[in-house]
Ligand binder design. Structure first.
Ligand code: NAI
Length: 359
């Protein structure tokens, strides 16, 4: 018998009414009947903070841990010390930065993601976020709800995406899909910054140019979108110093991880007008505290905030894909079948991906 622990968020009434909300404590990634019918123990909880949480109590003898980036159970080095029986961490989604990956390597715990499961979902959200910032959509909609009608007030900060330079930090599965989706907008240029060059044919297909220096890259972009994982090399990458090199009034979209952008530096850049807008769904701490500055920060014209809770990669379509993928990973593990190499972040002998830093 294997003990499986899942850290998921509570879906409350929505999850009872909508069974396709699979990533909730109520619907348990659709795995409860399967795992228990095989005689395994399956513990599901949302209680994840602090040493007295159910997460930290149940992890001591769990063999498999399932977490999602949307409600991350932070598997720190200290928690690894307690998790004596842990063999496999499954991220139901993409992005395993909530796990201390170096500690996983040290403890010989495998870490797998459902690679690709929500990359289209996020890429669509990125394109939407770029458009809503550039076109100043949120203040325009808020004006309508207020009962007002002052076209110039919103048009004074609304632009076309056509003829703008858009660049992605990270041109992997999501970053590349963003570039693909931007092609019909006739941007002036599409740029990317990544230590892994795109295959020549892929770069040609979207007509994207690689820029090797990050400061030179941001200095050329009207819009910057962040699509790289969070690791030692990207934590705080977009900080006060880098923001000075952005074009004045640029727009920044980050659906990768909140901690890649410095919280206070971004808020200050928006307030001063150095950034015209910031949009994304990821926060340095999740759930974000009620007084998190990113909830209410604004540009000098009172707009430029496109923040939402972490949901771009958890559409109902994505939930189906990552629940199915997580089940496959666990089934492979339980029956000693090979894993899909693309899903392996940390394998039996160490890192198997280059996406979490050039190691
Ligand atoms: P991927 O592994 O296909 O691509 C990541 C790319 O980033 C790779 O090309 C890698 O070389 C590049 N990279 C790594 N470090 C870099 C650095 N220092 N500078 C520039 N580029 C760097 O991953 P994928 O599927 O595109 O996902 C990217 C990230 O998006 C995930 O790690 C996750 O954090 C985030 N994500 C967010 C979701 C959401 O719901 N908001 C859902 C899914 C992913």
């Amino acid at each position: 018998m294997v003990k499986v622990l899942a850290i998921l968020y509570d879906g409350h009434q929505a999850a009872q009414e909508e069974p396709r909300l699979l990533g909730t404590t109520e619907n348990k990634l659709g795995m409860y009947d399967w795992l228990t019918s095989l005689g395994h123990e399956y513990v599901v909880t949302s209680d994840k903070e602090g040493p007295d949480s159910k997460f930290q109590k149940e992890i001591v003898d769990a063999e498999i841990l399932i977490t999602t980036p949307f409600h991350p159970g932070y598997l720190t080095k200290e928690v690894f010390e307690k998790a004596k029986n842990l063999k496999l961490c499954v991220t139901a989604g993409v992005g395993s930065d909530h796990i201390d990956l170096n500690a996983a390597v040290e403890k010989h715990v495998q870490v797998l993601e459902v690679t690709g499961s929500n990359v289209v979902s996020v890429a669509e959200h990125v394109v939407m976020s770029i458009l809503l910032l550039v076109r100043n959509f949120v203040p325009a909609h808020e004006m309508i709800e207020r009962g007002d009608w002052a076209v110039s007030e919103v048009a004074r900060n609304a632009f076309d995406l056509e003829d703008k330079v858009v660049g992605t930090i990270g041109a992997g599965r999501i970053g590349y899909r963003v570039l693909q989706r931007l092609v019909p907008f006739d941007c002036k240029e599409l740029l990317y910054y990544d230590y892994a060059p795109l295959p020549e044919a892929a770069a040609k297909a979207v007509n994207a140019r690689k820029v090797d220096d990050l400061k030179e890259f941001v200095a050329q972009c009207d819009v910057v979108t962040v699509n790289c994982p969070l690791h030692e090399g990207t934590r705080g990458l977009v900080n006060a110093d880098l923001l000075k090199h952005f074009k004045k009034g640029a727009w920044l979209v980050n659906t990768a991880r909140g901690a890649i952008c410095d919280k206070d530096a971004v808020a200050a850049a928006l307030k001063s007008g150095q950034l015209s807008g910031y949009s994304g769904d990821v926060w340095n701490v999740q759930p974000a505290p009620k007084d998190h500055v990113w909830r209410t920060m604004k540009n000098p014209l009172g707009g430029g905030n496109g923040m939402v809770p972490h949901y771009s990669g958890t559409t109902l379509d994505a939930q189906k894909r990552y629940a199915t993928g997580a089940k496959e990973i666990i089934d492979n593990y339980l029956h000693d079948k090979p894993q899909n190499p693309a899903n392996i972040i940390v394998g039996k002998t160490g890192y198997e991906t280059k996406a979490y830093g050039q190691r």
